[in-house]
Write a protein that binds this ligand. Sequence first.
Ligand code: F6R
Length: 603
Amino acid sequence: MCGITARIGDDESLEDLLVSLKNLEYRGYDSAGIAVQNGTGIEINKCEGEVSELQAELSTADHDGPIGIGHTRWSTHGPPTDANAHPHTGCRGRVVAVHNGIIENYDVLREGLQARGHEFTSDTDTEVIPHLVEERLDAGFDAEAAFRDAIGELDGSYAIAMLIDGDPAVYATRNGSPLVVGVGEDANYLASDVPAFLEFTDRVVYLEDDDVAVITPDDYRITDATGSSVSRPVETVEWDPEDAEKGGYDHYMLKEIHEQPVALRQTIHGRIEGEDVILEDFPPGTFADVSRVQFIACGTSYHAGMYGEWLLSKWGIDANTFIASEYAAFPAPVDEETLVVGVTQSGETADTLEALKNARERGARTLALTNAIGSTAARTCDDALFIRAGPEIGVAATKTFSSQVATLVLLGERLVRDITGDPTDECRERLKALESLPEHVELVLDDSRAATISQRWLGDAGNFFIGRGNAYAVAREGALKFKEITYEHAEGFAAGELKHGPLALVTDETPVFAIGTGEHAKRLESNVREVQTRGAPVIAVAPRTATDLTDTADESLPVPATHPDLVAILANVQLQLIAYHAADELERSIDKPRNLAKSVTVE
Ligand code: F6R
């Protein structure tokens, strides 16, 4: 949700800045902009649209310089126009800033500034920042003091990078929005997320809330909220920069769908030994005091949470899933025996962070189940469990869903053993099936007829996805993926719920994808007949062995037979491909669907 970046060196920065901005585009693509110190002042270029449009405008050397900041925007305050594109300046262009987040008191600040003679050129909340800093510089503050004092006025969430004309440094701070320093050989970097600069350096320093960083070409200094120097660890990121590139695929989404076997191998690597689950920071007994589990998440991660809830409930553990954006306002009861698991790929989703904070403040134990090692969720929860899926750039989450569910199977096993003293029934078969999951996903990818089926059955009046048990979670996920990237109507239902209302929508123009795991097959078959009777074509997504379903359906997308608890993960891969090929056919912007961004850092 907005990407900010900076490159601080002695030589030219423009090329690196543009690379970083492109790498950050998954965070927003309404507009793009950069500002560089070019020896004669600060040169700003910005425009509505994607980074490629900005790049096309930047052909002369005037736009280059050793120190620069950049921004890619997901609009909150003000429409996506050139004027609202970041960077923003104060009245005289001496102070230039980019921002990710929302300044909640910007209207009060703006009125005050206007009353004191400041003129604004955009509708954004961000623009108050350079004006506030400028005012303090005029009052004689030094640069760092002016920055620190100005941010003291801000309420809300923010990550900010700022240039001051003639000052060879970038000033940065964060509060609730991510920011990481990249420590390079020839230059230092700053960004909302590591993939921005991963091809230049893998040495990173994650900033904490209220830190102020002053970054120069060969050094960086961090102070905390009180102004005292603090030392934050330099960590080495193990992601391969190539993982964050398209690697010959037309879209990141397709590449990431195909990366699932590798991602799953990484997720389970070293974590299964026969009947035992080995979760690095969670030895046996870790969760002995837990009596209840709550999953908190948004979007795709919420569906992974639903899957986790279903597993735990089946294994006799009290578990529920909550939509994070509802949780802080309408919290469920917790106590010290409640484990609240924030399921979040990015670890930066504002709604999830807020819900986790709420649970922690009321005494619950919190665990971040995330892909991002230095993320806010990982650092602010009591514990973190990493899904190890590697970087995911496509806005639509794919491989991280599979890795989240695989991690939840492992976590579930640890919880059951700690809470009840015994492994789950069938644990050996399930863990063996989990070890085979990467190969099973490979089989789905090698053989899928999703491209053909999506062309044949794209529904004019909606596309429905139905399932029971964990397949209901996947029905919801299949529909989310479909609507997100095709812009066509899609809904996921618990199969038995159709007859309580949604059946009224079913016609011969509404294909129904029925996800079968082999469990309760007769009931799902009845639901399939109910929609067929109303003319709907049915596509079974199920193991070939689920003949009750596949024989009844009009078409099928088979998946390998495996443990019923895991079949739905394979079915989900087919549904990812269905969404992808339908969107491709409709020529949608698959990696950057309209109105969306990958990391949603506003509430
Ligand atoms: C959909 C999608 C979103 C995210 C949601 C939560 O494809 O990617 O629904 O799942 O915004 O994001 P994280 O998992 O980063 O908290």
